[in-house]
Design a protein around this ligand. Sequence first.
Ligand SMILES: Cc1cc2nc3c(=O)[nH]c(=O)nc-3n(C[C@H](O)[C@H](O)[C@H](O)COP(=O)(O)OP(=O)(O)OC[C@H]3O[C@@H](n4cnc5c(N)ncnc54)[C@H](O)[C@@H]3O)c2cc1C
Ligand SMILES: *[C@@H]1O[C@H](CO)[C@@H](O)[C@H](O)[C@H]1NC(C)=O
Ligand SMILES: *[C@@H]1O[C@H](CO)[C@@H](O)[C@H](O)[C@H]1NC(C)=O
Ligand SMILES: *[C@@H]1O[C@H](CO)[C@@H](O)[C@H](O)[C@H]1NC(C)=O
Ligand SMILES: *[C@@H]1O[C@H](CO)[C@@H](O)[C@H](O)[C@H]1NC(C)=O
Length: 454
Amino acid sequence: MTYTPPPPGSKIIIVGGGCFGLSTAYALALKNQYDIYVFDRQQIPAPDAASSDINKIVRMDYANDTLYMHLTIEALGMWHQWNEERSQQNLDPVFHRSGVLLLSGKDEFSSFEKACMKNIREAGYGHFIKEYQSPEEIVEDFPQFHHAVKQGFNTAYLNKAGGWCNSSEAVKHMYQKCIDHGVHFVLGDEGCLKNVYCDPKNPDTVVGIQTADDTIHYADRVVLTTGSWTAGLVNMHNQVVASGQQVVHFSSPQNATLNASWEKLPVWCGDLSNTGYYGFPMTPGGKMKIGKHSSGYLNPREVDGVSVPRTQVTHTTDTLPIGALREFRQFLGNFLPETSSLDVSFGRVCWYSDSIDGDFVISPHPDYKNLIVATGDSGHGLKFIPILGFKIRDIIEGIETEYSRAWAWRDMSTQDTKLDGLRADSLLQRLLLDETEHARMATPDEFKASRPRL
Ligand SMILES: Cc1cc2nc3c(=O)[nH]c(=O)nc-3n(C[C@H](O)[C@H](O)[C@H](O)COP(=O)(O)OP(=O)(O)OC[C@H]3O[C@@H](n4cnc5c(N)ncnc54)[C@H](O)[C@@H]3O)c2cc1C
Ligand SMILES: *[C@@H]1O[C@H](CO)[C@@H](O)[C@H](O)[C@H]1NC(C)=O
Ligand SMILES: *[C@@H]1O[C@H](CO)[C@@H](O)[C@H](O)[C@H]1NC(C)=O
Ligand SMILES: *[C@@H]1O[C@H](CO)[C@@H](O)[C@H](O)[C@H]1NC(C)=O
Ligand SMILES: *[C@@H]1O[C@H](CO)[C@@H](O)[C@H](O)[C@H]1NC(C)=O
Protein backbone atom coordinates (compact mmCIF):
# COMPACT_ATOMS: atom_id res chain seq x y z
CA MET A 1 0.00 0.00 0.00
CA THR A 2 1.61 3.29 -1.00
CA TYR A 3 1.38 6.10 1.50
CA THR A 4 0.55 9.69 0.55
CA PRO A 5 1.33 12.47 3.03
CA PRO A 6 -1.60 14.72 3.98
CA PRO A 7 -1.82 17.88 1.84
CA PRO A 8 -2.21 21.25 3.61
CA GLY A 9 -5.73 21.71 4.91
CA SER A 10 -6.12 18.02 5.78
CA LYS A 11 -8.13 16.92 8.77
CA ILE A 12 -6.10 14.54 10.92
CA ILE A 13 -7.62 12.45 13.69
CA ILE A 14 -5.21 11.18 16.36
CA VAL A 15 -6.68 8.47 18.59
CA GLY A 16 -5.08 8.26 22.05
CA GLY A 17 -4.09 11.25 24.15
CA GLY A 18 -1.03 9.84 25.94
CA CYS A 19 2.64 10.57 25.35
CA PHE A 20 2.72 9.52 21.69
CA GLY A 21 -0.58 11.14 20.69
CA LEU A 22 -0.18 14.51 22.41
CA SER A 23 3.40 14.91 21.30
CA THR A 24 2.31 14.23 17.71
CA ALA A 25 -0.66 16.61 17.91
CA TYR A 26 1.56 19.41 19.18
CA ALA A 27 4.22 18.96 16.50
CA LEU A 28 1.58 18.86 13.76
CA ALA A 29 -0.15 21.94 15.21
CA LEU A 30 3.07 23.95 14.95
CA LYS A 31 2.83 23.64 11.15
CA ASN A 32 -0.37 25.69 11.15
CA GLN A 33 -1.72 23.84 8.15
CA TYR A 34 -3.80 20.96 9.45
CA ASP A 35 -7.07 20.58 11.30
CA ILE A 36 -6.13 18.33 14.23
CA TYR A 37 -8.39 16.29 16.48
CA VAL A 38 -7.34 14.11 19.41
CA PHE A 39 -9.81 11.44 20.56
CA ASP A 40 -9.46 9.68 23.90
CA ARG A 41 -12.01 7.58 25.73
CA GLN A 42 -11.02 9.20 28.99
CA GLN A 43 -10.14 12.65 30.30
CA ILE A 44 -6.43 13.47 29.98
CA PRO A 45 -4.33 12.23 31.68
CA ALA A 46 -6.21 8.92 31.40
CA PRO A 47 -5.95 7.08 34.73
CA ASP A 48 -4.79 3.79 33.20
CA ALA A 49 -2.61 5.14 30.38
CA ALA A 50 1.03 4.05 30.61
CA SER A 51 1.92 7.75 30.49
CA SER A 52 -0.03 8.55 33.66
CA ASP A 53 2.25 7.98 36.61
CA ILE A 54 3.99 9.76 39.44
CA ASN A 55 7.39 9.44 37.78
CA LYS A 56 9.35 7.90 34.91
CA ILE A 57 13.07 7.54 34.28
CA VAL A 58 14.81 9.91 31.89
CA ARG A 59 17.97 8.03 30.94
CA MET A 60 20.30 8.31 27.98
CA ASP A 61 21.99 5.01 28.85
CA TYR A 62 21.07 2.75 25.96
CA ALA A 63 24.11 0.50 25.48
CA ASN A 64 24.55 0.09 21.70
CA ASP A 65 21.15 1.57 20.81
CA THR A 66 22.68 4.97 20.16
CA LEU A 67 19.59 6.15 18.29
CA TYR A 68 17.75 6.45 21.62
CA MET A 69 20.82 7.88 23.36
CA HIS A 70 20.83 10.76 20.87
CA LEU A 71 17.07 11.14 21.06
CA THR A 72 17.30 11.41 24.87
CA ILE A 73 20.01 14.04 24.58
CA GLU A 74 17.74 16.00 22.27
CA ALA A 75 14.85 15.53 24.71
CA LEU A 76 16.97 16.67 27.68
CA GLY A 77 17.39 20.12 26.16
CA MET A 78 13.63 20.31 25.79
CA TRP A 79 13.01 19.08 29.37
CA HIS A 80 15.13 21.97 30.66
CA GLN A 81 13.20 24.34 28.39
CA TRP A 82 9.93 23.02 29.81
CA ASN A 83 11.18 23.63 33.35
CA GLU A 84 12.05 27.18 32.35
CA GLU A 85 8.71 27.95 30.75
CA ARG A 86 6.95 26.46 33.77
CA SER A 87 8.98 28.49 36.21
CA GLN A 88 7.85 31.63 34.35
CA GLN A 89 4.27 30.49 35.03
CA ASN A 90 5.07 29.70 38.66
CA LEU A 91 4.64 25.98 38.05
CA ASP A 92 6.79 23.23 39.55
CA PRO A 93 9.50 21.69 37.37
CA VAL A 94 8.56 18.50 35.49
CA PHE A 95 12.12 17.25 35.06
CA HIS A 96 14.34 16.49 38.04
CA ARG A 97 18.02 15.98 37.40
CA SER A 98 18.65 13.55 40.26
CA GLY A 99 21.24 11.61 38.28
CA VAL A 100 20.83 7.96 37.29
CA LEU A 101 22.98 5.52 39.27
CA LEU A 102 23.59 2.29 37.38
CA LEU A 103 24.74 -0.29 39.90
CA SER A 104 26.10 -3.36 38.25
CA GLY A 105 27.47 -6.84 38.84
CA LYS A 106 30.05 -8.21 41.20
CA ASP A 107 33.49 -6.61 40.70
CA GLU A 108 32.81 -6.03 37.03
CA PHE A 109 30.32 -4.01 35.01
CA SER A 110 27.72 -6.00 33.10
CA SER A 111 28.00 -5.74 29.34
CA PHE A 112 25.04 -3.36 29.22
CA GLU A 113 26.74 -0.76 31.45
CA LYS A 114 30.05 -1.21 29.63
CA ALA A 115 28.43 -0.49 26.31
CA CYS A 116 26.56 2.50 27.77
CA MET A 117 29.72 4.17 29.03
CA LYS A 118 31.62 3.41 25.85
CA ASN A 119 28.98 4.88 23.57
CA ILE A 120 28.30 7.93 25.72
CA ARG A 121 32.02 8.70 25.83
CA GLU A 122 32.52 8.11 22.12
CA ALA A 123 29.69 10.51 21.35
CA GLY A 124 31.49 13.21 23.34
CA TYR A 125 29.33 13.15 26.46
CA GLY A 126 31.87 11.52 28.78
CA HIS A 127 31.58 14.49 31.14
CA PHE A 128 28.12 13.20 32.17
CA ILE A 129 29.66 10.03 33.60
CA LYS A 130 31.14 9.50 37.03
CA GLU A 131 32.62 6.03 37.05
CA TYR A 132 33.28 4.77 40.58
CA GLN A 133 36.72 3.28 41.14
CA SER A 134 35.86 1.26 44.25
CA PRO A 135 32.85 0.01 46.21
CA GLU A 136 33.75 2.44 49.01
CA GLU A 137 33.43 5.38 46.62
CA ILE A 138 29.88 4.36 45.74
CA VAL A 139 28.89 4.21 49.41
CA GLU A 140 30.57 7.55 50.06
CA ASP A 141 28.29 9.27 47.52
CA PHE A 142 25.25 7.07 48.18
CA PRO A 143 25.22 5.61 51.71
CA GLN A 144 21.64 4.44 50.96
CA PHE A 145 23.19 1.57 49.00
CA HIS A 146 25.73 0.34 51.55
CA HIS A 147 23.83 -2.92 51.85
CA ALA A 148 23.43 -3.38 48.10
CA VAL A 149 27.15 -2.78 47.58
CA LYS A 150 27.95 -5.35 50.27
CA GLN A 151 25.65 -7.81 48.51
CA GLY A 152 27.71 -7.54 45.33
CA PHE A 153 26.19 -4.61 43.44
CA ASN A 154 29.62 -3.11 43.84
CA THR A 155 30.45 -1.54 40.50
CA ALA A 156 28.61 1.57 39.42
CA TYR A 157 28.56 4.73 37.41
CA LEU A 158 26.44 7.81 37.82
CA ASN A 159 25.00 9.54 34.78
CA LYS A 160 24.76 13.09 36.02
CA ALA A 161 22.60 14.33 33.14
CA GLY A 162 19.74 11.90 33.79
CA GLY A 163 16.95 11.82 36.30
CA TRP A 164 13.20 11.50 36.37
CA CYS A 165 10.15 13.35 35.15
CA ASN A 166 6.79 13.98 36.76
CA SER A 167 5.00 11.87 34.22
CA SER A 168 1.32 12.85 34.60
CA GLU A 169 2.31 16.50 34.92
CA ALA A 170 4.38 16.25 31.71
CA VAL A 171 1.29 14.87 29.95
CA LYS A 172 -0.75 17.81 31.28
CA HIS A 173 1.95 20.22 30.14
CA MET A 174 1.83 18.84 26.59
CA TYR A 175 -1.99 18.78 26.69
CA GLN A 176 -2.01 22.51 27.52
CA LYS A 177 0.42 23.24 24.67
CA CYS A 178 -1.92 21.41 22.29
CA ILE A 179 -4.92 23.43 23.50
CA ASP A 180 -2.93 26.65 23.14
CA HIS A 181 -2.16 25.72 19.53
CA GLY A 182 -5.71 24.98 18.47
CA VAL A 183 -5.85 21.18 18.69
CA HIS A 184 -9.45 19.97 19.17
CA PHE A 185 -10.24 17.30 21.76
CA VAL A 186 -13.07 14.77 21.90
CA LEU A 187 -12.83 13.03 25.26
CA GLY A 188 -14.80 10.51 27.28
CA ASP A 189 -17.41 8.12 25.87
CA GLU A 190 -17.76 10.18 22.67
CA GLY A 191 -14.02 9.90 22.13
CA CYS A 192 -13.83 6.12 22.40
CA LEU A 193 -12.79 4.46 19.16
CA LYS A 194 -14.63 1.29 18.23
CA ASN A 195 -12.90 0.77 14.92
CA VAL A 196 -11.20 2.63 12.14
CA TYR A 197 -13.80 3.37 9.47
CA CYS A 198 -13.20 2.39 5.86
CA ASP A 199 -14.88 3.57 2.69
CA PRO A 200 -17.59 0.93 2.05
CA LYS A 201 -16.59 0.91 -1.64
CA ASN A 202 -12.85 0.65 -0.89
CA PRO A 203 -12.56 -1.49 2.22
CA ASP A 204 -8.82 -0.89 2.59
CA THR A 205 -9.13 2.90 2.50
CA VAL A 206 -9.56 4.52 5.92
CA VAL A 207 -11.82 7.56 5.77
CA GLY A 208 -12.28 8.15 9.50
CA ILE A 209 -13.14 6.44 12.75
CA GLN A 210 -16.27 4.99 14.25
CA THR A 211 -16.70 5.72 17.95
CA ALA A 212 -18.44 3.59 20.56
CA ASP A 213 -21.65 5.60 20.14
CA ASP A 214 -21.56 4.55 16.45
CA THR A 215 -20.88 8.07 15.19
CA ILE A 216 -18.60 8.22 12.17
CA HIS A 217 -15.99 10.96 12.24
CA TYR A 218 -14.45 11.53 8.83
CA ALA A 219 -10.80 12.47 8.40
CA ASP A 220 -8.14 12.59 5.69
CA ARG A 221 -5.66 10.69 7.84
CA VAL A 222 -6.03 8.69 11.07
CA VAL A 223 -3.13 8.20 13.48
CA LEU A 224 -3.47 5.46 16.11
CA THR A 225 -1.52 6.26 19.28
CA THR A 226 -3.47 3.96 21.54
CA GLY A 227 -0.45 2.53 23.37
CA SER A 228 -0.81 -1.03 24.64
CA TRP A 229 -4.44 -1.10 23.44
CA THR A 230 -3.40 -0.81 19.78
CA ALA A 231 -3.08 -4.51 18.98
CA GLY A 232 -6.62 -5.00 20.26
CA LEU A 233 -7.98 -2.29 17.93
CA VAL A 234 -6.33 -3.04 14.59
CA ASN A 235 -4.47 -6.06 13.25
CA MET A 236 -0.84 -5.41 14.18
CA HIS A 237 0.34 -8.77 12.76
CA ASN A 238 1.94 -9.64 16.13
CA GLN A 239 4.55 -6.90 15.69
CA VAL A 240 3.53 -5.50 19.10
CA VAL A 241 2.05 -7.18 22.14
CA ALA A 242 0.51 -5.76 25.33
CA SER A 243 2.73 -6.95 28.21
CA GLY A 244 1.89 -6.35 31.87
CA GLN A 245 4.74 -4.94 33.96
CA GLN A 246 5.04 -4.62 37.72
CA VAL A 247 5.23 -1.60 39.98
CA VAL A 248 5.08 -1.19 43.75
CA HIS A 249 5.12 1.82 46.04
CA PHE A 250 6.26 2.16 49.64
CA SER A 251 5.10 5.02 51.89
CA SER A 252 7.56 7.13 53.83
CA PRO A 253 9.04 5.26 56.78
CA GLN A 254 8.37 6.47 60.33
CA ASN A 255 12.04 7.26 60.73
CA ALA A 256 13.15 10.78 59.92
CA THR A 257 16.75 9.77 59.11
CA LEU A 258 15.75 7.11 56.64
CA ASN A 259 13.03 9.35 55.28
CA ALA A 260 15.49 12.12 54.53
CA SER A 261 17.99 9.77 52.93
CA TRP A 262 15.37 8.26 50.59
CA GLU A 263 14.33 11.72 49.45
CA LYS A 264 17.92 12.18 48.29
CA LEU A 265 18.12 8.94 46.33
CA PRO A 266 19.07 9.17 42.68
CA VAL A 267 17.14 7.16 40.11
CA TRP A 268 18.77 3.76 40.48
CA CYS A 269 19.09 0.61 38.41
CA GLY A 270 20.08 -2.56 40.26
CA ASP A 271 22.00 -4.41 37.53
CA LEU A 272 19.13 -3.65 35.20
CA SER A 273 19.97 -6.01 32.37
CA ASN A 274 20.16 -8.97 34.77
CA THR A 275 17.55 -8.24 37.45
CA GLY A 276 15.18 -5.72 35.80
CA TYR A 277 14.77 -3.69 39.01
CA TYR A 278 14.88 0.11 39.12
CA GLY A 279 13.62 2.76 41.49
CA PHE A 280 13.12 6.42 42.28
CA PRO A 281 13.74 8.86 45.10
CA MET A 282 10.85 9.26 47.53
CA THR A 283 8.51 11.96 46.27
CA PRO A 284 7.65 15.04 48.35
CA GLY A 285 4.31 13.31 48.96
CA GLY A 286 6.18 10.39 50.56
CA LYS A 287 5.83 7.72 47.83
CA MET A 288 8.74 5.57 46.77
CA LYS A 289 8.18 3.68 43.51
CA ILE A 290 10.10 0.59 42.46
CA GLY A 291 9.52 -1.24 39.20
CA LYS A 292 10.69 -4.25 37.26
CA HIS A 293 11.43 -4.16 33.54
CA SER A 294 10.77 -7.71 32.43
CA SER A 295 9.11 -9.65 29.65
CA GLY A 296 5.94 -9.33 31.73
CA TYR A 297 2.54 -10.98 31.75
CA LEU A 298 0.01 -11.52 28.98
CA ASN A 299 -3.75 -11.14 29.10
CA PRO A 300 -5.08 -12.85 25.96
CA ARG A 301 -8.70 -12.06 25.15
CA GLU A 302 -11.08 -14.86 24.33
CA VAL A 303 -12.05 -14.06 20.73
CA ASP A 304 -8.62 -14.16 19.13
CA GLY A 305 -5.97 -14.58 21.83
CA VAL A 306 -4.64 -11.04 21.39
CA SER A 307 -3.19 -9.77 24.67
CA VAL A 308 -5.08 -6.69 25.91
CA PRO A 309 -4.43 -4.48 28.93
CA ARG A 310 -6.29 -5.27 32.14
CA THR A 311 -6.15 -2.32 34.50
CA GLN A 312 -7.53 -1.02 37.77
CA VAL A 313 -10.11 1.04 35.81
CA THR A 314 -11.98 -2.11 34.80
CA HIS A 315 -10.66 -4.45 37.53
CA THR A 316 -10.76 -2.21 40.56
CA THR A 317 -9.38 -4.74 43.02
CA ASP A 318 -6.40 -5.78 40.88
CA THR A 319 -2.98 -5.38 42.45
CA LEU A 320 0.01 -7.21 41.06
CA PRO A 321 0.66 -10.94 40.73
CA ILE A 322 1.70 -12.66 43.94
CA GLY A 323 4.73 -14.19 42.20
CA ALA A 324 5.94 -10.72 41.28
CA LEU A 325 5.37 -9.49 44.83
CA ARG A 326 7.43 -12.40 46.21
CA GLU A 327 10.26 -11.56 43.82
CA PHE A 328 10.18 -7.87 44.78
CA ARG A 329 10.43 -8.76 48.47
CA GLN A 330 13.28 -11.16 47.79
CA PHE A 331 15.29 -8.75 45.65
CA LEU A 332 14.73 -5.80 47.97
CA GLY A 333 15.57 -7.88 51.02
CA ASN A 334 19.14 -7.88 49.69
CA PHE A 335 19.21 -4.60 47.88
CA LEU A 336 17.29 -2.16 50.11
CA PRO A 337 16.50 -4.23 53.22
CA GLU A 338 14.96 -1.27 55.07
CA THR A 339 11.89 -1.88 52.87
CA SER A 340 11.38 -5.30 54.46
CA SER A 341 9.76 -3.75 57.52
CA LEU A 342 7.42 -1.58 55.40
CA ASP A 343 4.04 -2.46 53.93
CA VAL A 344 3.74 -2.20 50.17
CA SER A 345 1.37 0.77 49.95
CA PHE A 346 0.32 0.28 46.32
CA GLY A 347 0.88 -2.20 43.53
CA ARG A 348 -0.22 -2.38 39.93
CA VAL A 349 0.32 -3.92 36.54
CA CYS A 350 1.17 -1.27 33.94
CA TRP A 351 1.13 -2.13 30.23
CA TYR A 352 3.81 -1.80 27.60
CA SER A 353 3.17 -1.99 23.89
CA ASP A 354 6.12 -4.32 23.42
CA SER A 355 7.62 -4.68 19.97
CA ILE A 356 9.59 -7.77 18.99
CA ASP A 357 12.92 -5.94 18.82
CA GLY A 358 12.34 -3.10 21.29
CA ASP A 359 12.18 -0.44 18.55
CA PHE A 360 9.08 1.70 18.23
CA VAL A 361 6.65 0.90 15.41
CA ILE A 362 5.72 4.20 13.77
CA SER A 363 4.61 3.78 10.22
CA PRO A 364 1.78 3.80 7.75
CA HIS A 365 -0.17 0.59 8.37
CA PRO A 366 0.58 -1.88 5.56
CA ASP A 367 -3.06 -3.05 5.22
CA TYR A 368 -4.75 0.34 4.87
CA LYS A 369 -4.58 3.62 3.04
CA ASN A 370 -4.52 6.78 5.22
CA LEU A 371 -3.82 4.97 8.52
CA ILE A 372 -0.63 5.56 10.51
CA VAL A 373 0.22 3.66 13.69
CA ALA A 374 2.59 5.06 16.32
CA THR A 375 3.20 2.60 19.13
CA GLY A 376 5.57 -0.20 20.23
CA ASP A 377 6.97 1.95 23.03
CA SER A 378 8.50 -1.15 24.63
CA GLY A 379 8.50 0.47 28.05
CA HIS A 380 10.84 3.36 27.37
CA GLY A 381 8.88 6.06 25.57
CA LEU A 382 7.80 8.64 28.12
CA LYS A 383 11.17 10.35 28.41
CA PHE A 384 10.75 11.40 24.78
CA ILE A 385 7.41 13.22 25.19
CA PRO A 386 8.89 16.68 24.50
CA ILE A 387 10.51 15.59 21.23
CA LEU A 388 8.96 12.39 19.91
CA GLY A 389 6.09 14.10 18.10
CA PHE A 390 8.49 15.90 15.77
CA LYS A 391 9.90 12.56 14.61
CA ILE A 392 6.39 11.13 14.24
CA ARG A 393 5.35 14.21 12.25
CA ASP A 394 8.19 13.52 9.79
CA ILE A 395 6.80 10.02 9.27
CA ILE A 396 3.25 11.33 8.76
CA GLU A 397 4.60 13.84 6.25
CA GLY A 398 6.55 11.15 4.42
CA ILE A 399 9.98 12.54 5.30
CA GLU A 400 12.66 9.88 5.63
CA THR A 401 14.96 10.13 8.66
CA GLU A 402 17.06 7.71 10.67
CA TYR A 403 14.04 7.46 12.97
CA SER A 404 11.56 6.68 10.20
CA ARG A 405 13.90 3.91 9.06
CA ALA A 406 14.33 2.43 12.56
CA TRP A 407 10.61 2.53 13.30
CA ALA A 408 9.34 1.45 9.87
CA TRP A 409 6.92 -1.47 9.65
CA ARG A 410 8.91 -4.68 10.01
CA ASP A 411 7.53 -8.11 9.30
CA MET A 412 9.32 -9.83 12.16
CA SER A 413 8.69 -13.35 13.30
CA THR A 414 7.65 -13.62 16.94
CA GLN A 415 10.20 -16.41 17.23
CA ASP A 416 12.87 -13.73 16.91
CA THR A 417 11.57 -11.82 19.93
CA LYS A 418 14.42 -10.18 21.79
CA LEU A 419 12.57 -7.13 23.17
CA ASP A 420 14.89 -4.25 23.98
CA GLY A 421 17.77 -6.47 25.12
CA LEU A 422 17.32 -5.19 28.65
CA ARG A 423 14.94 -7.64 30.24
CA ALA A 424 16.01 -9.77 33.14
CA ASP A 425 14.22 -12.85 31.88
CA SER A 426 15.43 -12.94 28.32
CA LEU A 427 14.09 -16.49 28.04
CA LEU A 428 10.71 -14.91 27.51
CA GLN A 429 8.31 -17.13 29.37
CA ARG A 430 5.39 -14.83 29.69
CA LEU A 431 2.84 -16.01 32.24
CA LEU A 432 -0.81 -15.51 31.57
CA LEU A 433 -2.22 -13.08 34.08
CA ASP A 434 -4.36 -14.80 36.71
CA GLU A 435 -3.99 -18.22 35.16
CA THR A 436 -1.74 -19.92 37.67
CA GLU A 437 -1.30 -19.61 41.42
CA HIS A 438 1.92 -17.65 40.74
CA ALA A 439 0.06 -15.18 38.50
CA ARG A 440 -2.99 -14.52 40.68
CA MET A 441 -3.41 -11.05 42.17
CA ALA A 442 -1.89 -10.51 45.61
CA THR A 443 -4.35 -9.61 48.37
CA PRO A 444 -4.04 -6.38 50.39
CA ASP A 445 -3.11 -8.52 53.37
CA GLU A 446 -0.16 -9.96 51.46
CA PHE A 447 1.17 -6.41 50.97
CA LYS A 448 1.83 -6.14 54.68
CA ALA A 449 5.33 -6.42 56.04
CA SER A 450 3.97 -8.40 58.97
CA ARG A 451 3.18 -11.33 56.65
CA PRO A 452 6.01 -13.66 57.60
CA ARG A 453 5.75 -15.83 54.47
CA LEU A 454 4.24 -15.08 51.12
C1 LIG B 1 5.39 0.22 34.50
C2 LIG B 1 5.90 1.12 33.43
C3 LIG B 1 7.08 1.83 33.64
C4 LIG B 1 7.59 2.65 32.65
N1 LIG B 1 8.74 3.33 32.92
C5 LIG B 1 9.22 4.20 32.00
C6 LIG B 1 10.35 4.99 32.32
O1 LIG B 1 10.90 4.90 33.43
N2 LIG B 1 10.82 5.85 31.37
C7 LIG B 1 10.21 5.98 30.15
O2 LIG B 1 10.68 6.78 29.34
N3 LIG B 1 9.12 5.25 29.83
C8 LIG B 1 8.63 4.37 30.74
N4 LIG B 1 7.52 3.61 30.44
C9 LIG B 1 6.97 3.65 29.09
C10 LIG B 1 6.03 4.81 28.86
O3 LIG B 1 5.08 4.86 29.89
C11 LIG B 1 5.34 4.59 27.51
O4 LIG B 1 6.34 4.47 26.51
C12 LIG B 1 4.43 5.72 27.10
O5 LIG B 1 3.65 6.14 28.19
C13 LIG B 1 3.55 5.25 25.95
O6 LIG B 1 2.67 6.28 25.58
P1 LIG B 1 1.46 6.01 24.62
O7 LIG B 1 0.91 7.34 24.30
O8 LIG B 1 1.89 5.13 23.52
O9 LIG B 1 0.42 5.14 25.46
P2 LIG B 1 -0.57 5.53 26.68
O10 LIG B 1 0.05 6.53 27.56
O11 LIG B 1 -1.04 4.26 27.29
O12 LIG B 1 -1.77 6.26 25.95
C14 LIG B 1 -2.71 5.57 25.20
C15 LIG B 1 -4.00 6.37 25.21
O13 LIG B 1 -4.93 5.77 24.32
C16 LIG B 1 -6.21 5.84 24.88
N5 LIG B 1 -7.05 4.81 24.29
C17 LIG B 1 -6.90 3.47 24.35
N6 LIG B 1 -7.87 2.85 23.68
C18 LIG B 1 -8.66 3.81 23.17
C19 LIG B 1 -9.85 3.79 22.38
N7 LIG B 1 -10.41 2.65 21.98
N8 LIG B 1 -10.41 4.99 22.02
C20 LIG B 1 -9.85 6.16 22.43
N9 LIG B 1 -8.74 6.23 23.18
C21 LIG B 1 -8.15 5.07 23.54
C22 LIG B 1 -5.97 5.64 26.37
O14 LIG B 1 -7.05 6.13 27.16
C23 LIG B 1 -4.68 6.42 26.58
O15 LIG B 1 -4.92 7.75 26.96
C24 LIG B 1 6.95 2.77 31.41
C25 LIG B 1 5.76 2.09 31.18
C26 LIG B 1 5.22 1.27 32.18
C27 LIG B 1 3.95 0.54 31.90
C1 LIG C 1 3.89 16.49 39.97
O1 LIG C 1 3.45 17.81 39.73
C2 LIG C 1 2.24 18.16 40.42
C3 LIG C 1 1.87 19.57 39.99
O2 LIG C 1 2.95 20.44 40.15
C4 LIG C 1 2.47 18.03 41.91
O3 LIG C 1 1.25 18.29 42.59
C5 LIG C 1 2.95 16.63 42.27
O4 LIG C 1 3.26 16.55 43.63
C6 LIG C 1 4.20 16.32 41.44
N1 LIG C 1 4.62 14.95 41.72
C7 LIG C 1 5.87 14.63 42.01
C8 LIG C 1 6.13 13.19 42.19
O5 LIG C 1 6.76 15.45 42.10
C1 LIG D 1 27.77 -3.64 22.15
O1 LIG D 1 28.56 -3.75 21.00
C2 LIG D 1 29.86 -4.33 21.26
C3 LIG D 1 30.69 -4.19 19.99
O2 LIG D 1 29.99 -4.68 18.90
C4 LIG D 1 29.67 -5.76 21.73
O3 LIG D 1 30.93 -6.36 22.00
C5 LIG D 1 28.83 -5.74 23.00
O4 LIG D 1 28.54 -7.06 23.42
C6 LIG D 1 27.51 -5.00 22.78
N1 LIG D 1 26.89 -4.84 24.09
C7 LIG D 1 25.60 -4.98 24.30
C8 LIG D 1 25.11 -4.81 25.70
O5 LIG D 1 24.81 -5.20 23.42
C1 LIG E 1 8.67 11.49 56.03
O1 LIG E 1 8.47 12.31 54.86
C2 LIG E 1 7.13 12.58 54.56
C3 LIG E 1 7.07 13.36 53.27
O2 LIG E 1 8.15 13.10 52.45
C4 LIG E 1 6.51 13.37 55.69
O3 LIG E 1 5.16 13.58 55.38
C5 LIG E 1 6.64 12.57 56.99
O4 LIG E 1 6.16 13.34 58.05
C6 LIG E 1 8.06 12.19 57.23
N1 LIG E 1 8.11 11.30 58.39
C7 LIG E 1 9.06 11.38 59.31
C8 LIG E 1 8.97 10.42 60.43
O5 LIG E 1 9.99 12.16 59.20
C1 LIG F 1 16.32 4.97 61.47
O1 LIG F 1 17.02 4.62 60.29
C2 LIG F 1 18.41 4.71 60.43
C3 LIG F 1 19.02 4.53 59.05
O2 LIG F 1 18.54 3.36 58.44
C4 LIG F 1 18.88 3.67 61.43
O3 LIG F 1 20.30 3.74 61.59
C5 LIG F 1 18.19 3.93 62.75
O4 LIG F 1 18.50 2.89 63.69
C6 LIG F 1 16.68 4.02 62.61
N1 LIG F 1 16.09 4.49 63.82
C7 LIG F 1 15.09 3.88 64.42
C8 LIG F 1 14.56 4.52 65.65
O5 LIG F 1 14.61 2.84 63.99
